[in-house]
Write a protein that binds this ligand. Structure first.
Ligand SMILES: [Zn+2]
Length: 267
């Protein structure tokens, strides 16, 4: 095999994982990096302290991630928002292993978000994501572009994203105008529900913009998050006077219901 160096579906890792091709051979670098089994809970960015726990976490992380340099362990951990590959230590699976999408959606509708010990909604958001087999990660501008179609997004105004190439990750955008304030707002959980809706629609229809949602996909995704994942319509609806592609209407609700019942193409 020849080809441009880059991240490609991994040849010897689990499905959904990417592996770095250096142009002539596969390297030992994977994305996302294989998850360390650490019992430590990182604190949100800007409010972290360099506790021994975090240093220990970094060391464990370095031992686990062959690709990182020893430098990071010897100088203490980088800020959490720079550890884009660092999955949160999510409490034991919120939905039982092997549960169906229907079970996870039911869990989401009954789920009540709350502030965690850091007064943020990060733990609630991570628990919700975990119910769908997803993990929250922080965007790191140093990381290679994984979703080429994200090159042209308005990075300052997008709070999070879902990428079909890494369907089990939800990336929180540290470049957003709303970051890190978003972490301390219940809107974080609604944002994660929106990204989970992208994932569900992608899984069910093989496309985040199936025919039935064509041209109104963001609004349909919001409708899906509200109708089936318990997200707040008030918080996800753009304010009146600021209608956008995210605005929910009867049409987006109908399209979301259609997708939920397994119909992806326009009639
Ligand atoms: Zn979206």
């Amino acid at each position: 095999m020849t080809g441009e160096p880059g991240w490609y579906p991994s040849v010897d890792g689990p499905p959904g994982e990417l592996q770095w091709w250096d142009g002539s051979s596969w390297t030992g670098e994977y994305f996302p990096v294989r998850r360390p089994q650490a019992e430590l809970r990182p604190t949100p960015p800007r409010h972290r302290s360099r506790t021994p726990q975090l240093v220990a976490f970094a060391i464990i992380a370095v031992l686990t991630w062959g690709g990182l340099t020893w430098w990071k362990a010897s100088t203490g951990p980088p800020p959490l928002h720079e550890q884009s590959l660092l999955p949160l230590d999510v409490p034991a699976s919120a939905a039982p292993a092997g549960s169906t999408l229907e079970d996870a959606e039911e869990f989401a509708r009954a789920f009540e978000s709350e502030r965690d010990e850091n007064r943020s909604y990060v733990s609630s958001a991570a628990t919700l994501a975990d119910a769908f087999g997803s993990t929250l990660v922080w965007y790191d501008p140093q990381e290679p572009r994984l979703c080429s179609h994200h090159d042209d997004i308005d990075r300052a105004n997008v709070t999070a994203w879902y990428c079909s190439l890494t369907p089990h990750l939800i990336t929180l955008n540290t470049d957003s105008h709303h970051y890190p304030e978003l972490l301390y707002s219940a809107e974080l959980v609604d944002t994660v529900a929106h990204e989970l809706a992208h994932k569900i629609i992608d899984e069910r229809c093989g496309d985040t913009e199936p025919g039935v949602a064509l041209g109104i996909a963001e609004g349909v995704t919001n409708s899906y998050a509200v109708l089936y994942l318990g997200a707040s319509r008030d918080r996800l609806q753009p304010p009146s006077g600021y209608e956008s592609e995210y605005t929910m209407t009867d049409a987006t609700d109908r399209a979301a219901a259609s997708i939920h019942s397994g119909i992806c193409e326009a009639e």
